[in-house]
Ligand binder design. Structure first.
Ligand code: 5GP
Length: 190
């Protein structure tokens, strides 16, 4: 199965997904490619495949991406090599991607389970992005600008998880994923 997890920058997708992978160890995370620079603490091939612009374009032209998008001046994409072998082997994969990519996957992998992570209020995004301290103020403003259109798209998703209290959000995410994996889906609204 393929699980797509989308949500605005600063909503806490990374933290939620780390907890999800601990609780559902049979899930595997697809490592995306990006042209952005690694942040301190990020490792090549673990957090992302960090690619130069030319290398990203070469792979794009060669049809190596399942989906890709521009975001905050950089490119991001899911490599077929991250997805196809695992799916063919019957394993379950999580894609952590932004909205344009989620829409592409909806077309190419219609069976994928699409989950949107929403903040309790729009203001929480700014607080978290500033508090995280990893992005420049220009980048934060760009990310918040994109967040507005992302938040408006939540109804496109099969499931919405509001990340208010972390433990509750993780429990809900685990419930959704386990429900889908066992063929007993839980209701799509909380
Ligand atoms: P960040 O720079 O904060 O790591 O990621 C920026 C945005 O790009 C996030 O919304 C993240 O989910 C998204 N993203 C990460 N990998 C991919 C990918 O492979 N494809 C797409 N479409 N978006 C991605």
């Amino acid at each position: 199965m393929v699980f797509v997890i989308t949500g605005p920058s600063g909503v806490g997708k990374g933290t939620l997904i780390r907890a999800l992978l601990q609780q559902v160890p049979e899930l595997e995370l697809s490592v995306s490619a990006t042209t952005r620079h690694a942040r301190p603490g990020e490792t090549q091939g673990v957090h992302y495949h960090f690619l130069a612009d030319e290398e990203f374009q070469r792979r794009f032209d060669a049809g190596e991406f399942v989906e890709s998008a521009g975001y905050s001046g950089r490119r991001y994409g899911t490599l077929r090599s991250e997805l196809e072998d695992r799916v063919q082997a019957g394993r379950s994969v999580v894609l952590e991607i932004e909205l344009q990519g989620a829409r592409q996957v909806r077309e190419t992998v219609p069976d994928a389970v699409q989950i949107f992570i929403a903040p309790p209020t729009p203001d929480t995004l700014r607080l978290r992005l500033v508090g995280r301290g990893t992005d420049s103020s220009d980048d934060i403003e760009r990310r918040l600008g994109v967040a507005e259109s992302e938040l408006a798209a939540r109804d496109e998703f099969a499931y919405v998880v509001v990340n208010d209290r972390l433990e509750e959000a993780v429990a809900r995410l685990v419930e959704i994923v386990r429900g889908e994996m066992t063929g007993r889906p839980v209701p799509s609204t909380e």
